[in-house]
Design a protein around this ligand. Structure first.
Ligand SMILES: [Zn+2]
Length: 221
């Protein structure tokens, strides 16, 4: 059995355990994948229905963008088609974190998008977070297509109606941050309903904030 990319496998398992510990998922719902840097038409994804504290590196499944299993003895997450369609549509996305976090789930259940209401959100996601129309989870391909449409050509997060949020990143740590920032923004958005509603950041500032984050944020010169 192949055990390629041991470090990527370990990172995925650690991130899954963090999601459980932080309350971003309950049980084995939710899933994580990473595109392989040396093999960009393939990605590693968590297996279906395994306890993340018992998951071993060999339980992860290597899949290509057509959905073929390249290696692994487990069944991949049932949402593998959503992951592969996102990677197929967006070369810039290198990792996907799908949680079922509670406040984002409130908005998924209400089929309400998160408006561009906080600077950290618009910086890391590229704007507000759109929501798909409802697609039953068992309709894997339609779910993936709806996810790609809600994500659009530039954003890094979306909400699956009546299901949960999907966070993307240029790396796994970034996708994890997106998942946390989206959960926080959902909580804040719900809170704003008590104080007269959220006031959106103007469009031109959303664009500027995003540009600044992409090109000048942090320790870069
Ligand atoms: Zn799910």
């Amino acid at each position: 059995m192949t055990r390629e990319y041991p470090n990527l496998r370990k990172k995925i398992i650690v991130a899954c355990q963090e999601m459980v510990e932080e309350g971003l998922i309950v049980g084995t719902w939710g899933n994580i994948s990473i595109r392989i840097p040396e093999q960009p038409k393939a990605f590693l994804i968590t297996p279906s229905g395994l306890d993340y504290f018992l998951t071993k590196t060999e339980d992860l499944v290597l899949v290509d963008l057509k959905g073929n299993i390249l290696s692994g003895h487990r069944k991949p997450s049932s949402e593998v088609h959503m992951h592969r369609l996102i990677y197929k549509n967006r070369d810039d996305i290198k990792a996907i974190v799908h949680s079922h976090s509670p406040h984002a789930s409130v908005l998924c259940a209400a089929q309400r998008a998160i408006p561009p209401l906080l600077e950290d959100l618009v910086q890391i996601v590229g704007g507000g977070v759109d929501v798909t129309p409802y697609v039953a989870g068992r309709r894997h391909l339609q779910l993936g297509e709806a996810a790609c449409k809600a994500l659009g050509p530039k954003k890094f997060a979306l909400l699956l109606a009546n299901h949960g949020p999907v966070a993307c990143g240029r790396s796994l740590p970034e996708a994890m941050t997106v998942a946390r920032v989206v959960e926080k923004a959902a909580k804040v958005y719900i809170g704003t309903q008590l104080v007269g509603g959220a006031v959106e950041i103007p469009k031109e500032d959303v664009k500027e904030e995003r540009e600044h984050f992409l090109h000048k944020y942090g320790q870069r010169d």
